[in-house]
Design a protein around this ligand. Sequence first.
Ligand SMILES: [Zn+2]
Length: 247
Amino acid sequence: MEFTQEELLQYNRQMIIPEIGEEGQKKIKKAKVFVAGIGGLGSISSYYLTAAGIGYLKIVDKDKVDCSNLNRQIIHWTGDIGAWKSDSGFQKLRSLNPNCSIDAITAEITEHNCMELIGDCSMIVDAMDNMKTRRILNSASIRKGIPYIYGGVHQFDGLATTFIPGKTPCLECVFPESHAESSAAPPGILGPVPGVIACIQSIEAVKIIVGLEGLLTGRLLCFCGIDMTFREFQIKRDPDCPVCGRK
Ligand SMILES: [Zn+2]
């Protein structure tokens, strides 16, 4: 796989990083990534992954752009209000990097369509806002044996971790379904907080693609914007987990 002069220039600043280099960039160009949701988290992760030269990105979202999204969903602009988020996202990503192949789909991710939607993508970037869909993504990650990069935000706080089937706990091990889940009004979110978490997810995605170590595996990273701290907690596999445990 050769790069055009334009690509060599475009990706130069990351290709001169020893851990990436031309070999790493070739892997990035061959990669296929599934981004579930193009809201607060997905705006940023899809943008950075496209900018990094990911070969193929599939973005899926079921909603239209609403005025109340604009404080954090920075891929959508005022003129996009009322448009499908997948269309709005597609236009920005295509303008950003025409060398990146992008499929933008308007759909609700369900247990019936999830496996097919993910298709032959080699990882899932979770940019959802609800645990129900996350559980569907988690199950698909286990069934396909592909990494699932989790991110979640609330007010000034965010969480991130990388689940790798067979190697790490899964979402269900860490957040069991019996765990109380609020289904009340949407949480408050300070716009840059999903920015922080989605950037971490994007770095994880690139590291997995390139084959670097030091992943956020077995560790739940907790960002608190109020006291500006990052803490991490060890997370362990539940041998009796109904999703990834040995039955
Ligand atoms: Zn599990």
